[in-house]
Design a protein around this ligand. Structure first.
Ligand code: MTE
Ligand code: MO
Length: 335
């Protein structure tokens, strides 16, 4: 059990359109987290030991300072064994830097991540373009250990560092018309070779989206670090989304725009192949991808002799926390 369930919410209050109006659930989630931090189930983030010669991305001074002050949120963290840092930072999907798993680590090393601006627009009372430093500084950063399940049927267990997306969004006063959140990755072909490629099948910039209640859910995270350090460029520095119960492609990297809207956003993979990648893309072992099964996954590190195959769980093991968001929805239709 990861977080306390909001037992007092009547099921009638939770519908598929439960959106932002379901504020109480959200507030309870926040209170739960705060209470747990106060009662000491939040621990110091450990000093990780890294294999020799692995580059550690430190980020700017202000980020290092924030990370030093961070805590581990044990209540939201899984006990699963961590995937070693080497795999987390060298086996990546970040098509802006190439389609091979090793391309991002190779081609993103000089990516400029500071200073970084984020535009917050649409259905909010306080739209604007903000410095990442100003957005992050008021928040206590939390380490959370989440499973990450790619639609390609591999998975990792990653200690992310960041904050609840909902904690950030509510500072910009979402209006009652805010039903969805759209996220956009930087578009900079000079820095991102994948955006210059004539063979790219994806449209740039990369766009992702969430329903507002998904965005406000306490598990949904904006991450700025990993393994007790700043986010490496190949993992989506300086700011990426992490939605642990959805396939990895929902967790958009290097975000420069966050737009609240009343319409379901068009998202990159859904536009590319709508029959293969739905808007929701909740991890679901019962709904196969047209070209591969989703019933199990390779948990990294995985090799020919030690494939480390594990069963895939509904909502990637987070069903207790998030299944209620989809009550009454046919998940085969809304895949
Ligand atoms: N902008 C952008 N975000 C992205 C991607 C991408 O190609 N571009 N790949 C996604 C996919 S398919 C996965 S599985 C995760 C991988 O995150 P990781 O490399 O940190 O493990 O990032 C997601 N975010
Ligand atoms: Mo993925």
């Amino acid at each position: 059990m990861l977080i306390k369930k909001p037992d007092s919410i009547k099921s009638s209050e939770i519908t598929s359109e439960s959106v932002y109006l379901n504020r109480r659930h959200f507030m309870r989630g926040l209170l739960g987290t705060t209470a747990l931090l106060a009662t000491g189930s939040a621990n110091a983030v450990p000093e990780y030991e890294f294999e020799k010669d692995l580059p550690i991305y430190r980020g700017p001074d202000w980020m290092q300072q924030k990370i030093r002050e961070s805590v581990r949120n044990t209540a939201l963290s899984t006990d699963d064994k961590l995937t070693p840092y080497f795999h987390v930072m060298s086996y990546n999907n970040f098509y802006e830097f190439g389609t091979g798993k090793k391309d991002p680590a190779r081609h993103a090393q000089n990516f400029q991540t500071d200073p970084w601006k984020v535009e917050i627009s649409g259905e909010v009372g306080k739209p604007g373009v903000y410095n990442l430093e100003d957005l992050i500084k008021p928040h206590l950063l939390e380490e959370r250990i989440y499973r990450l399940r790619c639609v390609e049927a591999w998975s990792m267990v990653v200690p992310w560092m960041g904050l609840s997306l909902g904690d950030l969004l509510k500072k910009f006063d979402p209006t009652s018309k805010a039903k969805y959140v759209e996220f956009t990755t930087l578009h900079d072909p000079d820095q991102m070779p994948g955006q210059r490629s004539r063979f790219s099948t994806l449209e740039w910039p990369y766009v992702e989206g969430l329903r507002i209640d998904e965005a406000m859910h306490p598990l949904t995270m904006l991450a700025v670090g990993v393994y007790g350090n700043a986010m490496p460029p190949q993992n989506g520095a300086p700011l990426r989304l992490v939605v642990p119960w959805k396939y990895g492609f929902k967790s958009i990297k290097s975000i420069v725009k966050i737009r609240l809207t009343d319409k379901m956003p068009n998202t990159t993979w859904n536009l590319m192949a709508p029959q293969e990648y739905g808007f929701y893309s909740n991890v679901n072992p019962a709904v196969d991808h047209p070209r591969w099964s989703q019933a199990s996954e390779r948990r990294l590190p995985s090799s020919l002799f030690n494939p480390n195959r594990v069963d895939t769980l509904p909502f990637n093991g987070y069903a207790d926390e998030v299944a209620e968001l989809y009550r009454g929805m046919d998940l085969k239709k809304w895949f």
